[in-house]
Structures are given as structure tokens and as C-alpha cells.
Design a protein around this ligand. Structure first.
Ligand code: ACO
Length: 323
């Protein structure tokens, strides 16, 4: 059978760092409040004129270098983003042009913070069915552009960044110890719209709008949905939490990471954490965390890696991969 294997990861974070102390000069907040409620200490913010496709392209180049492949090898680009450069065309096509590629398919996926899980599930399906041989899967966001910088309850939580992975078709015996993506699991419940949304868009207000959130409700649903989708993913592969080498969760809030790992019975040392330095980068958070842990040698060949994320919609999902 064919499986898609993650051959390389890449990351890009804008140069500008905004600390909690910087924020306390902008809104009525404090480092102490933000750290104790969320675990966030600082976040990166895109420069004026620096767009989502710029961030995505730099992360993609690094992922291709790590995979030791030239851009011409790529025949599928999927970008997960809620902050595209333009309403259309897809940010993925802008990335394709910036990488100098003119073949294959390129499109965006919108599932907000769960976007990378949706994107990797779709790319994995296209690779396994022979429709693509080498895929770039990217999560990239400039959430700083859709935040209400007067609203302290949301503006302290998010940051900008991009992460990318290269997937390649490999022959596999198909067992849980053979390398590649073992399974993906996606969910949505559109009834939960009002807990997390942007109050604008081309078809409703003809404005970009700002992020609105009911934090407590998001928190409660996140722990329930994320722990249940990881259970579902493990069960589908005949695995248990004890088999996990690394849990790579969406980085929304340290307390969500802790509560989810506790409920799953996963030791904190096995959870990859970047929330303190990146804040919530939405679709970029899982590939940024993957790139960090693969780059510093924590994630190694043969490790079982479980990714999970939840975002607006609500949408949520998980992916199990043998590295
Ligand atoms: N600084 C200081 N005080 C603040 C701030 C701030 N930045 N923000 C809110 N407060 C105040 C509130 O006004 C409130 O004051 P009041 O009691 O006088 O009314 C008080 O702090 C407590 O506010 P709560 O909303 O009850 O605080 P809570 O402990 O629930 O923490 C938080 C809020 C951090 C947003 C939490 O609910 C959370 O993390 N939820 C998950 C949200 C999330 O992660 N969203 C990301 C997108 S979805 C996803 O990625 C999964």
C-alpha cells in the first residue's frame, strides 16, 4: 500500500516580538494575568506589508530543505489559513508562484485553528490515492490583522507565524510500526459558531472583521473534543496513550494542554509546548511545534507522533504518524 511520510518540517516566525509587558502598555492587562491564565509570555507579529503567503513561503522553503527536495518535486500545495492575503486567489497559489512551481494543484483549506489537521488529512488522502506524489502542507496565519487590539480578552492570546511539512508517497506494509501517516480523524459542529468567529467577511459585511470569542465555552469544548478525538485516533490503530512518544497539540492555552494531557494519561514531558513563545498561531501552531521538536532532535525516526487541534466552527481533528 501507499502511505504518506513526513519527510521534512519547516517554520517561520516574523522578526518582531511582542511581549506581555509590551501589551500591558496597550491594554489593561499584565504579564502576571496572561501567564497565569494562558502560559503565553510573548508572540511574533508580522511586519507591515508582510503577508501570510510570505510567511508560508519561508516555512515551505525550510521544509523542502529539511526533506532534501527541490521545489520542482512538489505537485500539491495545501495552505491552511483563516487570514489569506486576498479573498481570492488561494494563498496556496501565491506560495506556488513564489516557490517558482507551475505544475500540480494548489488550494487553501479553511478550518481555522484545526486547519492544519484538515489540510494534512486531505493531502494524505490525495497522496494515498495516487493523485499527488509530493505535497507541501502549510499552516500560515497573520492573526494580528484580525484582532481587536482594544479587546484585552482576545488580543493577548494570538500571534503570527507559519509551519510546513513535506509529505511524500512511500510503499508501506501498512502496520502501526511502518513509517508514515497511520490515520486522520476530522470533526465539525457548526452549531457552535457564536463561541468563536470573525464578525466580517466579503459576503456579509464586505469588511475583514475582528475575532470574537467566548473564552470559557471554547475552553470547555476544547478539552472534551481534543481528548475524545485523540482517543478515537488511538483506538482506530489499536494503540493506547502509552504508545505515544510525542503529543503535538494545537497551542491555544497551557491550561488546555495540561487538562487534555491529564485526561488522556499522557506525561507532560511527552507534550510539545511552544505556547509560551508563539501564543496561539491558529493553523500554524501544530506545524510550528512539529518543526521545533523535529529540528531539535526530540522527534526521531520510529517515534509515534499524535497531532490534534480545535478551532472555530467548531472544527477539530487528530492525526497519528509513525515518524
Ligand atoms: N488581562 C487582564 N484581565 C483580563 C484579560 C486580560 N488580558 N482578559 C480578561 N480579563 C478579565 C475579565 O474581564 C474578567 O474580569 P471580571 O471578572 O472583572 O469580569 C476576568 O479577567 C476573568 O475573565 P475570564 O474570561 O473569566 O477568564 P478565564 O479564566 O476564563 O480566562 C481565557 C480567559 C484565557 C480566554 C480562557 O477562557 C481561555 O483560554 N479560553 C480558551 C480560549 C482559546 O484558547 N481560544 C483560542 C481559539 S480556539 C482554540 O484555539 C482552541
Amino acid at each position: 500500500m501507499i502511505r504518506s511520510q513526513i519527510l521534512g518540517c519547516g517554520a517561520y516566525l516574523p522578526r518582531k516580538v511582542l511581549t506581555n509587558h509590551d501589551l500591558s502598555a496597550m491594554v489593561d492587562t499584565s504579564d502576571e494575568w496572561i501567564v497565569s491564565r494562558t502560559g503565553i509570555r510573548e508572540r511574533h507579529i508580522a511586519a507591515d506589508g508582510e503577508t501570510t503567503s510570505d510567511l508560508a513561503t519561508l516555512a515551505a522553503r525550510e521544509a523542502l530543505r529539511a526533506a532534501n527536495l527541490p521545489p520542482e518535486a512538489v505537485d500539491l500545495i495545501v495552505v491552511a489559513t483563516a487570514t489569506p492575503d486576498e479573498t481570492f486567489p488561494a494563498t496556496a497559489t501565491l506560495v506556488q508562484a513564489k516557490l517558482g512551481i507551475s505544475r500540480g494543484a494548489a488550494f487553501d483549506v479553511g478550518a481555522v485553528c484545526a486547519g492544519f489537521l484538515y489540510a494534512i488529512a486531505i493531502a494524505d488522502s490525495l497522496v494515498r490515492t495516487g493523485n499527488a506524489g509530493t505535497a507541501l502542507v502549510i499552516g500560515a496565519e497573520t492573526f494580528s490583522r484580525i484582532l481587536d487590539w482594544q479587546d484585552r480578552s482576545t488580543c493577548v492570546l494570538f500571534g503570527d507565524g507559519a509551519g510546513a511539512v513535506v509529505l511524500r508517497a512511500v510503499e508501506s506494509a501498512g502496520g502501526p510500526h511502518d513509517r508514515g501517516i497511520l490515520s486522520t480523524h476530522l470533526h465539525a459542529d457548526g452549531r457552535q459558531h457564536d463561541y468563536l468567529y470573525v464578525d466580517g467577511g466579503p459576503s456579509s459585511t464586505q469588511t475583514t472583521g475582528h475575532l470574537r470569542m467566548a473564552g470559557k465555552e471554547v475552553f470547555r469544548h476544547a478539552v472534551n473534543n481534543l481528548s475524545s478525538v485523540v482517543d478515537e485516533a488511538l483506538e482506530a490503530n489499536g494503540l493506547t496513550a502509552a504508545d505515544i512518544d510525542w503529543l503535538v497539540p494545537h497551542q491555544a492555552n497551557q491550561r488546555i494542554l495540561d487538562a487534555t494531557a491529564r485526561r488522556l494519561g499522557i506525561a507532560p514531558e511527552k507534550v510539545v509546548v511552544t505556547i509560551d513563545r508563539h501564543a496561539n498561531t491558529s493553523a500554524a501552531s501544530v506545524p510550528l511545534a512539529l518543526a521545533e521538536a523535529a529540528g531539535d532532535g526530540r522527534i526521531r525516526a520510529g517515534h509515534l507522533v499524535v497531532m490534534e487541534a480545535m478551532g472555530g466552527g467548531f472544527t477539530w481533528g487528530a492525526c497519528v504518524a509513525r515518524w
